[in-house]
Design a protein around this ligand. Structure first.
Ligand SMILES: [Zn+2]
Length: 475
């Protein structure tokens, strides 16, 4: 009886997110038109990606990354403002960033109207942005990249850095116009095509998205592993396109629901109502609302299995690559309670994916599933009841990665444990602290570090106290 319930989310491809690929592809462009600055030693903290890793060998070395993204600021154009610019450059090199920023912001208008100095000031802003990003993260750096691009939007590296920062932030400013411009400036780069594909698939233009994925694949030649991965994503998008092109679509404010067309109007309305309610209620508990409409695909039994590759007994799944919730319609018309649970559960996965963006893979599966179960209000047997038979718990450390390969009995136990541990977490520390944990995972912290820094307990302590809490319940 649990079987139907246990595989709400199978993420067969979830360990390798398209977003992460894009990020890494971007970081190794072949754009180094200028020599690297001499102070390019410090590692990019932003590169500390938690497991599971992106596809093989797509991760560039950190110093390599820094070199590609920084612009040469050694040769200052000979103008009356040379000394002023030199002073700012030195402050950046000495990492006196607030001072450099103040001086840059206070440059006289004459410097900015001078055609010779203006592109150099743009380079200074760009390099300041890189330093800020390294020390304080992307949100702090965006403003500097924006200044750089405002001053010189013909420099491909500057525009790539800005686009990358927007991408990291899931900022809507990374729009079709900016990407079209970037494609023109950096025609050999896979990243703008990948970002464009992402944007187009969000807008439900799957055929166009597949085309850009194809372009990205062609341009990823230097890395065969990434290239073959991109090719498989492109194929997936084309397959989805062919399945969904014959579907009917109806949208509410925050969702786009597609289905085979044979379904009645009532189901459609019910699905949208459940989702909008989940949007409000779970969003409030969470303090987060999705940055874009979420696509929900209702499949007939056959098309669900074909399109998602999931086993016959799966109830639904969230596909992080195409950002879609998939659901078989079988049962949807007759069992509203089931429908509500599955939709809410998958919605939490979608929300967490949106919340963590490129860092989604840092979130341990037990917490991802546990939050989905807790916030969806899944009616599950309590772990303490399930444990009556003397079953041994699987340590949470084993439940951080994908669960797709777990045997059915272990998967059931995994869900029960995830639910129980997350329940304990929320009850003891509250949702605000859970939110803090999510911030840590967004910064790609390990589970041990996140727990230590945000809950002030070690992973071992957390584990022991959680087990003790349900031991007490049993007695
Ligand atoms: Zn799930």
């Amino acid at each position: 009886m649990y079987r139907r319930n246990i595989t709400h989310i199978l993420t067969p491809l979830g360990s390798v997110l398209a977003l992460i690929i894009g990020y890494h592809l971007f970081l190794k462009p072949s754009l180094v038109a200028r020599p690297a600055p001499t102070d390019s030693k410090p590692a990019e903290t932003v590169e500390a990606v938690a497991p599971p890793p992106p596809p093989p060998s797509s991760r560039p070395r950190e110093d390599e990354v820094k070199q590609v993204r920084a612009l040469d600021q050694t040769v200052i154009p000979g103008t009356p403002h040379e000394a002023l610019l030199e002073a700012i450059r030195d402050e950046i090199e000495k990492h006196n960033l607030p001072l450099a920023e103040t001086k840059l912001a206070g440059l006289p208008a004459a410097v900015l109207s001078d055609g010779k100095t203006k592109p150099f000031v743009a380079i200074l802003w760009n390099n300041l942005g890189l330093q800020l990003e390294r020390l304080h993260g992307t949100p702090v750096a965006v403003k500097a990249f924006k200044k750089a691009a405002d001053l010189d939007d013909s420099n491909p590296v500057i525009l790539l850095n800005l686009a990358h920062a927007y991408w990291e932030q899931r900022d809507r400013a990374l729009n079709q116009d900016l990407l079209t411009k970037l494609i023109g400036l950096a025609p050999d780069e896979p990243f703008p095509h990948l970002a464009m594909a992402d944007l187009l698939q969000e807008q439900n233009q799957l055929a166009e998205a597949a085309k850009h994925l194809g372009h990205a694949t062609d341009r990823a030649r230097q890395d065969p592993a990434v290239q073959s991965y991109l090719a498989s994503v492109a194929a997936k998008v084309r397959r989805t396109e062919s399945v969904e092109s014959i579907m009917t679509t109806r949208s509410s404010t925050h969702f786009m629901v597609k289905f085979d067309g044979a379904e009645d109007h009532g189901t459609w309305t019910t699905v949208l109502e459940i989702l909008e309610e989940a949007y409000r209620e779970i969003g409030q508990k969470f303090g987060h609302f999705p940055s874009k409409p979420i696509v929900v695909v209702l499949h007939t039994k056959d098309s669900f299995q074909t399109a998602t590759g999931s086993p016959a007994w799966a109830d639904g799944l969230y596909d992080p690559i195409l950002g879609r919730i998939h659901l078989p319609t079988q049962g949807a018309t007759t069992d509203t309670k089931w429908l509500t649970n599955v939709l809410r559960h998958e919605y939490v996965h979608a929300l967490l994916h949106d919340r963590l963006g490129t860092s989604s893979s840092a979130l341990p599966t037990w917490l991802n599933e546990g939050l989905a179960m807790q916030l969806a209000g899944d009616a599950w047997l309590e772990l303490d009841q399930a444990m009556q038979g003397g079953v041994k718990v699987i340590p949470l450390t084993y439940l951080e990665g994908p669960w797709g390969a777990l045997p059915a009995a272990a998967a059931t136990l995994a869900y029960l444990e995830a639910n129980s541990a997350t329940h304990y977490l929320i009850e003891r520390w509250g949702m605000a602290r859970v939110d803090e944990l999510l911030n840590a995972f967004k910064a790609r912290a390990s589970v041990a570090t996140a727990l230590q820094n945000k809950l002030f307990v070690s992973y071992e302590q957390f584990h022991r106290q959680w087990l003790e809490s349900f031991e007490q319940k049993r007695t």
